[in-house]
Write a protein that binds this ligand. Structure first.
Ligand SMILES: O=C(O)CCC(=O)C(=O)O
Ligand SMILES: [Fe+2]
Length: 301
């Protein structure tokens, strides 16, 4: 496992993400890919579900063409040695903890999830989301390891990161590429994918009191005396941006849900849940004008 170069450390702190190529070493990465592919053939990967809250209830919708397994499940671990070793090892967390002590990451398997994913193509993708949407979620860092040998332009399945109000960054899911980002700070989606695509995700929790604190989940909007530039600068670095994200990126959220759900009937309640959320934001006059002002400052439109 490779260390995190100084330049990448700076990027992670400044922009909330970084990309590290040749992270695991090709041989080890290949073994991981083969193990995920074997689990798929054994029928051990199950359809991915996306969570949405609708009228205060949490609903689950199935994402077409995405299959996954959680390494907390012993009936998965019994078939895969390389991935089991990765699951039990604290190596990754230790590396990140030494590099980013300010994140207060937690050691131990209970404080992390290792998810295996196979995207079967045919347009499979993920709609816009934050990996940590708010309490009681404890995730602080997302680590994505891509395992696609021979990925080429046109295969699709790129990761699109959307730094708050900034230009989206498109990342190709190539073999042994690690993408690190702040789970509570980086809006992202996966673009529609044509070929079989393999990926594993490690979500690492922070210690109690270091994720989703009051100031991370509640917007302070008594900022009359502050310049809009300083409000923007604060929101870029604050997970409280999540409260405004759906309203600011309304069209993009909707389009990404349509792309992901394809012809599934479940697209309707998902769009309805999104629209309710946006309407609730605009029901507050102060928030509504803030959303309109911030949306006008987006660098991508
Ligand atoms: O497949 C990917 O590249 C990322 C998937 C993702 O965003 C997630 O599982 O939360
Ligand atoms: Fe995600």
């Amino acid at each position: 496992m490779k260390g995190v170069e100084e330049e990448k450390v700076g990027e992670m702190r400044e922009r909330g993400f970084c990309v590290i190529d040749e992270f695991m070493g090709r041989e080890r990465a290949r073994r991981m890919r083969d193990e995920i592919s074997m689990l798929k053939e054994m029928g051990k990967l199950t359809p991915n579900k996306v969570q949405f809250s609708l009228n205060g209830r949490i609903e689950h919708f199935t994402k077409p063409n995405i299959y996954e397994a959680d390494m907390h499940d012993p009936s998965i671990r019994e078939h895969v040695t390389e991935l089991t070793e990765l699951f039990f090892s604290d190596e990754m967390v230790q590396l990140l903890q030494e590099t980013f002590p300010e994140l207060h990451l937690k050691l131990g398997t209970r404080a992390r999830t290792l998810k295996l994913q196979m995207n079967a193509g045919q347009g499979g993708c993920f709609p816009l989301h934050y990996d940590n949407p708010g309490r009681p979620n404890m995730r602080k860092v997302t680590c994505l390891l891509y395992l696609n040998e021979g990925w080429k332009e046109g295969d699709g399945g790129e990761l699109e990161l959307v730094p708050f109000l900034g230009k989206p960054v498109v990342i190709e899911p190539i073999m042994d590429r690690m993408v690190l980002f702040r789970s509570d700070l980086l809006l992202h989606r996966v673009l529609p994918n044509k070929e079989a695509r393999y990926c594993l995700t490690i979500w690492i929790d922070a210690e109690e009191g270091h994720v989703n604190r009051d100031e991370d989940v509640m917007l302070k909007i008594s900022r009359k005396e502050e310049s809009i530039e300083s409000v923007v600068e604060q929101l870029r670095r604050s997970p409280s941006q999540r409260a405004l994200s759906r309203a600011i990126y309304d069209q993009e959220y909707k389009q990404s849900i349509l792309d992901c759900m394809q012809t599934s009937e479940e697209v309707k309640p998902m769009i309805a849940a999104h629209e309710l959320h946006v309407a609730a934001t605009h029901a507050n006059a102060t928030l509504s004008s803030l959303v309109r002002l911030l949306a006008s400052l987006r660098e991508d439109v």
